[in-house]
Design a binder for this molecule. Structure first.
Ligand code: C2E
Ligand code: CA
Ligand code: CA
Length: 724
């Protein structure tokens, strides 16, 4: 079926049906046929009852009702029709001389009347008139209802828009605003009518916003779009972002008739606009932006932003002839803490470290997380190295206090390398790289310190790489050696123990000392393999001497912090002793105070296990580390080794002011064994002996030596003067 066909079937106008009711059958017949002759469809009702039945049965456009019918009179039928078919027009037919019942019928809603006897022409004219009037009324009602529906639809569309829709008058006052303003900003729309639109904008955006919205140079095809912040009801600060699209209303599409209705607010509208809430998008953008330039854990600038700022600072420093400093910070014990306490604790530690570091900085400084446990710091516009030094000292100091992490107390420490522009590099990469080199230099010297970059260091770095390769080879080619230094009884000069000290017989560079390669071994994690080798050689060698009759001979080995902090440290050590069948009671391990303080709880656990197995524990370099003596009686410690610096302070035998006195007195009080290191002179030896120091060690008895030279000392008096 085509559309035309459909149209013709459905739109064929049916002639309206007219109900004719009369009590007189002849008159009824006459009326009906007259109307039929003129093309009307007619239903006949003989009397009021029949008329009511017909009205109940189907719709009529018009009813001609005789006012006086024998059963139910016309007025009652009219009353019935008013409820049953309110749209049916009524023409009253009256046989009365007077007008009483006609006027009553007209008052009750009849549209017109006919008086009997009637002239057919007059009757037809009246019917036509009423029908015409009725269709006018109908059209009007239809139009009204269509308008109402259309208005409701538009209202619905406008109010359910996800955006705020508004109209403004010439001066920027609100003429219309949809309901969305309530849910997005909390204002009831009617409260805003007449208010300035700019009052909804954040103060900082108000001027720019209203200027752009009231711009008449744009059109609906090419509207003005801008982003502004809008205020929620009751808050002075903007908290949501909106994208506003606005344009002037074209007078041709927006008729505003003159007259009284012109006063209606919406009739004054000159600008149309929508405001879309883009807060979430803005926040997402801001987050992405933040993420691109920050480290999310510490919220510090990342590498990219740091480089950006450094570049800027370099340009500025160059222009103003100023200096600036780049620092490279590396946490000293982070990896061990992270490995043993877990990453969650590691993360918390990094955040805590960040807080402390930040507390030392000035406003213009940039601290950034460079990666892992590395930070970089930019100090723009400094006067000289002294400024940088002061900051470095502050940073070291703030990180030297312990951190409390979920019941653990940890010491982290930091090593800082500093490169000052322009001396230590003119470009961004050079400065960062040289600060990094200086930092490694600090690590090599024993950490927890700062150092300025110098040219000599860069050659060091080149060396480092080849050293690392060489050290791996050294393990393969068996180039490591153990030298021994006797620990001698201060009273009897007998050798009580031997400290194992590693040496590297480098194929090209000759004999290397631990200070030259152990820091590198620690950084590269080769320290484990190095130690294992040293322990194996020492156990094997000293074990032989023990077997040969020196049953009480003690072997002292040095352990690096990294080893002790490893989770499997105790098991590992015990396994090695078993493998070499070395008696545990002959072994003394030497650790430094810093190791203990890095994590008191963990370490004390490990040391207790070792002590229970019979291993002795000595604190090496005693007096140079953290001065908290608290730990001493909480740990199974057997020996204190007085650091050589204190021993070397002894110039003559009656030098009473040295720290050695205090340390030895304390060791006595705690019933600990004492070994004084670095004894080089007879005077020192005498002094120590007077103080009641048990054992001594030092060049006075000779340099550390390979096993073959040591063998002959055993069982003899070690003192060279006596030997001579
Ligand atoms: P340390 O444990 O304090 O060892 C004593 C250092 O002082 C040794 O240096 C020794 O040669 C030196 N020394 C001994 N007597 C005197 C003296 O009278 N005067 C002076 N000025 N120095 C004396 P060395 O062998 O260069 O070792 C340096 C450090 O390297 C050691 O310090 C120790 O911490 C570490 N180390 C040595 N061997 C090993 C090892 O096998 N493993 C580990 N982890 N560290 C080791
Ligand atoms: Ca030692
Ligand atoms: Ca020492």
């Amino acid at each position: 079926m085509t559309w035309d066909n459909q149209q013709s079937i459905y739109s064929q106008p049916q002639p309206p049906e007219i109900l004719v009711a009369d009590g007189d059958p002849r008159l009824l017949n006459f009326l009906a046929s007259l109307l039929r002759q003129h093309g009307y469809r007619v239903a006949e009702a003989l009397g009021g009852h029949a008329a009511c039945d017909a009205l109940r049965a189907r719709p009529f456009k018009l009813a001609l009702l005789d006012l006086r019918m024998p059963d139910i009179n016309g007025l009652d039928v009219m009353a019935y029709a008013a409820t049953a078919q309110p749209d049916c027009g009524i023409i009253a037919v009256s046989g009365e001389k007077g007008f009483t019942s006609v006027s009553r019928a007209l008052r009750r809603g009849a549209l017109d009347y006919i008086k009997k006897p009637f002239d057919p022409e007059e009757l037809l004219e009246t019917v036509r008139g009423v029908l015409g009037q009725q269709s006018l009324l109908q059209n009007h009602a239809d139009m009204q209802s269509r308008l109402e529906k259309s208005e409701a639809l538009h209202r619905y569309i406008v109010n359910s828009s996800p955006d705020i829709v508004f109209m403004l008058d010439q001066s920027g006052r609100i003429c219309f605003i949809n309901n969305k303003v309530q849910s997005l900003l909390g204002y009831a729309p009617h409260q805003l009518i007449g208010a300035r639109f700019s009052a909804l904008l954040d103060e900082q955006d108000a001027a720019r916003g209203s200027h752009a919205i009231l711009d008449t140079s744009v059109s609906s095809d090419n509207p003005r779009t801008l982003e502004v912040r809008m205020k929620s009801r009751g808050s002075r600060k903007a908290n949501r972002h909106f994208e506003i699209t606005a344009f002037p209303i074209d007078p041709n599409t927006w008729p505003h008739p003159s007259g009284a209705r012109d006063q209606l607010a919406s009739q004054r509208a000159r600008f149309y606009g929508t405001a879309r809430d883009v807060t979430e998008r803005k926040e997402a953008e801001a987050f992405i932006n933040f993420q691109a330039y920050h480290d999310l854990l510490t919220r510090l600038p990342n590498r990219a932003l740091f480089k950006d700022r450094l570049n800027l600072a370099i340009t500025q420093a160059r222009r103003n002839g100023q200096k600036l400093a780049v620092m490279f910070l590396d946490l000293d014990r982070f990896k061990v803490i992270n490995d043993s306490l877990g990453h969650a604790m590691g993360d918390r530690l990094l955040q805590a470290v960040t807080r402390r570091l930040k507390s030392c900085l000035r406003k213009g400084d940039t601290l950034s997380r460079f990666g892992g446990d590395e930070f970089t710091l930019l100090l723009p516009a400094i006067h000289g190295e002294e400024d940088a030094k002061q900051i470095a000292l502050k940073l070291i100091d703030t990180l030297s206090a312990p951190f409390r992490l979920g019941g653990h107390e940890v010491f982290v420490g930091v090593s800082i390398g500093i490169a000052v522009f322009p001396n230590a590099g003119e470009s961004l990469d050079q400065l960062i790289q040289n600060a990094d080199i200086a930092m490694y230099h600090v690590k090599g010297r024993g950490k927890g310190d700062y150092c300025f970059f110098s040219e000599a260091m860069s050659t060091d770095t080149a060396n480092r790489l080849s050293m690392e390769r060489d050290l791996r080879l050294a393990l393969e080619r068996d180039e490591l050696r153990v030298f021994y230094q006797p620990q001698v009884c201060a009273k009897t000069d007998r050798v009580l123990g031997l400290e194992a000290l590693v040496r590297w017989l480098h194929p090209e560079r000759g004999l290397l000392y631990p200070g030259e390669f152990l820091p590198l071994a620690e950084e590269t994690r080769l320290i484990g393999a190095v130690s294992e080798r040293v322990l194996a050689m020492a156990c094997q060698q000293v074990g032989q001497w023990i077997d040969n009759g020196h049953e009480t001979l003690k072997l002292a080995v040095n352990l690096s912090p990294i080893q002790v902090e490893q989770p499997g440290f105790v098991d590992n050590l015990m396994q090695q002793l078993t493998r070499h069948r070395f008696p545990t009671r002959n072994l003394e391990i030497e650790i430094t105070e810093n190791v203990i303080m890095s994590d008191l709880e963990q370490i004390s656990h490990k040391l207790r296990e070792l002590a229970e197995a019979g291993v002795r524990i000595a604190i090496d370099d005693f007096g140079t580390g953290y001065s908290s003596l608290n730990y001493i009686h909480r740990l199974p410690i057997h020996t204190l080794k007085v650091d050589q610096s204190f021993v070397q302070d002894i110039r003559n035998s009656d030098d009473g002011a040295c720290i050695v006195n205090a340390i030895i007195a304390m060791a006595h009080g705690l019933k600990l064994e004492i070994v004084a290191e670095g004894v080089e002179t007879n005077a020192q030896l005498d002094y120590l002996r007077q103080l009641g120091c048990h054992q001594v060690q030092g060049f006075f008895y000779g340099q550390p030596q390979p096993a073959e030279h040591i063998a002959r000392l055993l069982g003899e008096l070690a003192r060279p003067t006596i030997l001579a």
